[in-house]
Design a protein around this ligand. Sequence first.
Ligand SMILES: Cc1cc2nc3c(=O)[nH]c(=O)nc-3n(C[C@H](O)[C@H](O)[C@H](O)COP(=O)(O)OP(=O)(O)OC[C@H]3O[C@@H](n4cnc5c(N)ncnc54)[C@H](O)[C@@H]3O)c2cc1C
Length: 319
Amino acid sequence: MNILVIAEQKEGALAQSSFEALGAAQSLGGSLSTVLLAKDPAQMAEKLAANGGGKVMTVAHDSLDLFNQETFRKVVGEIIEKCSPDIVIGVATINTRALLSALAAKTGGAMASNATGLRLDGDKVVVTRPCYGGKAVAEVTTSDSGKPFFVSLRLKAFSPAPEGAGEVSAETVSDSCFESRTKVVEAVKESGQTVKLEEADAVVSFGRGLQGAENIPLIQKLADSLGAAVGASRAVVDAGWIEYKHQVGQTGRTVTPKLYIAVGISGAIQHLVGMQSSKCIVAINKDKDAPIFNIASYGIVGDAFEILPALSERFAQGG
Ligand SMILES: Cc1cc2nc3c(=O)[nH]c(=O)nc-3n(C[C@H](O)[C@H](O)[C@H](O)COP(=O)(O)OP(=O)(O)OC[C@H]3O[C@@H](n4cnc5c(N)ncnc54)[C@H](O)[C@@H]3O)c2cc1C
């Protein structure tokens, strides 16, 4: 089986998600290639090659510095024509999921998005993906169309690849690949939050139990002591306590950190679908019957205003 992984870079640095994609690809076995598009991909490509990237194909061009769906689709499209992969894998970041679906539409290949598991059944790849807001899990495969199967992986659902020596090759593509009807002028960074919610290893989220925006510093302090990002329930976003970008759940972001601490969140299904795949869930709630405790790895029944300062102090001392 020929596998092609799409690696991702931002501002000349490899995205950690690239290594997760390599881990998922390696679990299938087969012949692995990776493609990396950047203004100056050489150093990043060496790192990919040394971390299980197999044959790392790079395309270098000034216009590949910032993501442009049309340009990236054309360039990766030519690489796909060259290496005829059976499966093309990338992590479902905003850019790569747009790229994968555009490639699937252009080539007529099948697409499975947001995979949380990959396995082989004979020579077919079977993708596991949550559906109906996480209430059911579907297994998806493709009929033998002779076209690549495009799969986007849920961020943080796969472990990075073990190290492994590979090789780098600089590829050329047609000049027309770099002609685009759109021009990306600038990428503006999100202000505020230092740790990105979806990429964080730890998330401290709060809900209506926090009683008001004036108490957010208690959450921030605990998050800072853990190097965690701050999340929130929709109730507090709707109440205007915190911006929408922090919302976790069905109509917010999906997170899968190693540690998710839910403070004063009841555990409505719409919240759970955005965080229930977290590795360890700690719930703090004064109501011992709150539904959040049904999915929590550890539950603390009590008043958040007593528990938060005690936890922050303990973590700040190093646990
Ligand atoms: C279509 C749709 C989409 C939705 N999408 C989302 C979504 O994306 N994300 C989301 O979160 N919700 C979403 N919701 C809303 C969801 O149904 C809930 O209303 C919401 O999650 C509740 O937020 P909460 O847990 O903060 O508040 P509440 O349900 O009011 O819970 C507050 C909790 O705090 C506890 N508490 C109170 N005081 C303290 C204290 N001092 N110490 C400790 N605990 C305390 C209470 O016991 C209670 O369990 C959606 C709803 C719909 C209909």
